[in-house]
Design a binder for this molecule. Sequence first.
Ligand SMILES: Nc1ncnc2c1ncn2[C@@H]1O[C@H](COP(=O)(O)OP(=O)(O)OP(=O)(O)O)[C@@H](O)[C@H]1O
Ligand SMILES: [Mg+2]
Length: 381
Amino acid sequence: MKKSDTVRHAKRIIAVGGGKGGVGKSILSIALSVGLARRGQNVVIADLDLGAANLHTYMGIFQKTPSLADFILSKKSSLDSIMVDTSVKNLRLISGSQFVPGMANPAHWTKIKLMRHLQAIEADTLIIDLGAGVHFNTLDFFGLSDRGIIVTMPEPGAVMNAYSFLKGALFRKLQNVFKRHPKIGPLIDEKSKRANEGDFTFEWLCKQVQDIAPETAPLIHEVSENFRPYLIINKMSDSHSSVLVRNLLHLCKNKLGIEIEHIGDLPDVPEIVNYLLRIPDFLSAPSGKSYAAAIEDILNRMDKIQFADNSTTSVRISSQNLRHDFTDEELEEFAKLLDSLNEKVFEGTNRQVWKLRIFFKPLDVIRFLVKHGVEHPIFYA
Ligand SMILES: Nc1ncnc2c1ncn2[C@@H]1O[C@H](COP(=O)(O)OP(=O)(O)OP(=O)(O)O)[C@@H](O)[C@H]1O
Ligand SMILES: [Mg+2]
């Protein structure tokens, strides 16, 4: 793997998930991609519903094309070489067509390689369409997003699945931080080898942290606060629907400490079924007008929020060109640097907490160190 294959190039990554099948994730993924491409962005859409991929059919691509199967089987070594042009200018597809053994559930290292290559795609926006369910692989692909999107329909079952999905995604983020803890890390390793996914949960991890390393427990809240996905309700209808949505937002806030951004709703458009082999045409058709307008609203809101996110980051980094994006290897190196520092740097705080914080808020750690007189080339772009 070349270094350039592993560093982040995609300017924005948006994964679309939701837990329940058939809630409209794939059509929404395409609609967002088409909307952005029509605004002149260079967009890539990736079909990570491995094993049940359908973006190629929704995009009207029926001939055999390269696909993720070639990458997973190592027949192709780069994602660039499997991207296919679509009927929409500026929009390329990474197709999930061609089912091959191991495709639906790739081995751990294949998944890591795929995630690294996805981050390295040169695009203004990479949109990732996910499959149904809360499998760890799906949650990990969701974790690639800057701010992912959860789609649901206003039905109790779908809303509960969306909640399980969010809880699972937050759990994976916490696991990624706490697996670096000298006492909790080995427990996570042990549990992940022995337990069913059902026993290896958010609650289990929170309890371990509280019991074994209570001084690091505030990090659970920091990770939750840092995780701010968007929510979109598909086929939004009456006031009963709004109550369900409010309940979901409350549950996320109260039980998980997550602030969800309800960024928009999509109308129910029965005519969509006439366009399932050509969704881009639906978005320009008279019957697709209300759906396309809702997408425009959502994209405008996302732009505003992203602008606010970026401007806080750039204010924070502008003065000294401090970095906020690192490869996993660099983060590990950074954590070792903290081990080597004099205890005085951490006076009144906890070295271990700073070491874990590196894995979700590296910029905050750099600012803390610089403020305490610690300098290192790894801090600067
Ligand atoms: N806004 C809508 N109005 C009417 N029908 C819709 C709408 N959105 C989606 N559908 C219908 O729901 C079906 C499923 O949509 P889609 O394939 O996008 O769901 P999904 O969440 O990706 O499903 P899966 O979990 O199987 O991947 C579509 O075939 C379409 O007929
Ligand atoms: Mg789908």
